[in-house]
Design a protein around this ligand. Structure first.
Ligand code: IMP
Length: 200
């Protein structure tokens, strides 16, 4: 069995967000025909796992099984040391149904104050899974470590970017040029591992 991504191959991105296609094409290289689970009207599975890798694998396997094509899925989030790794796999869910990240950020700050722990270390994780319809699945993870700062700074980026300063830097991800973030991000690191494993 050939567990490599071959040029021209169709890959189903297990997402309903068409905005992710250019991002995936840029990170993977332009040589693939990328379809989304949304375009194929595949139902979204519930993210029932407790690890980023587990959820990425669950989504990739689900899309591969239903589409009969190789499928790629990601799962990512912010982990805070003093909160025992929360919000972790619940990073998106902390923003509520209206995806309000100002609310999610306030929740992180409040929980930290309640703990009374001065430790502000945190890290972003991106897990990527590639599943073949006949069973095999590869999972890789990229991590970027840093520290949280309050109040939030910067209006670039998304999600928890305005409170995260990567190690060695002074700006938050929300203040950085997108290219600067892309050079060191958890997602870029995960894609680099994926390319090394699956592309000749
Ligand atoms: P997912 O779609 O289940 O992977 O949810 C990931 C969530 O983690 C997003 O909604 C963001 O809140 C957060 N997250 C992941 N990566 C980043 C990032 O690079 N910057 C800021 N927030 C992120």
């Amino acid at each position: 069995m050939n567990l490599k991504l071959i040029k021209g191959m169709r890959i189903v991105a297990a997402t309903h967000n068409p905005g992710k296609v250019p991002e995936i094409a840029a990170l993977l290289g332009q040589d693939y025909e990328i379809l989304t689970a949304g375009q194929l009207a595949l139902p979204e599975p519930e993210e029932t796992e407790t690890t980023f890798g587990g959820n990425a694998m669950l989504k990739a396997r689900h899309a591969a099984r239903l589409s009969g094509e190789v499928a790629l899925a990601d799962d990512s989030g912010l982990s805070v040391a003093a909160l025992d790794g929360a919000p972790g796999v619940y990073s998106a869910r902390w923003a509520g149904p209206s995806k309000d990240f100002a609310l999610a950020i306030r929740k992180v700050e409040t929980r930290l104050e309640e703990r009374g722990d001065p430790d502000r270390r945190a890290w972003f994780t991106s897990a990527l899974a590639v599943a073949w319809p006949d069973g095999p699945c590869l999972v890789v993870e990229g991590v970027v470590e840093g520290a949280l700062t309050f109040p939030p700074r910067g209006d670039r980026g998304f999600g928890y970017d305005p409170i995260f300063i990567p190690d060695g830097g002074t700006q938050t991800f929300g203040e950085m040029e997108p290219a600067e973030k892309d050079a060191i991000s958890h997602r870029a690191r995960a894609f680099a591992k994926l390319r090394a494993a699956l592309i000749d």
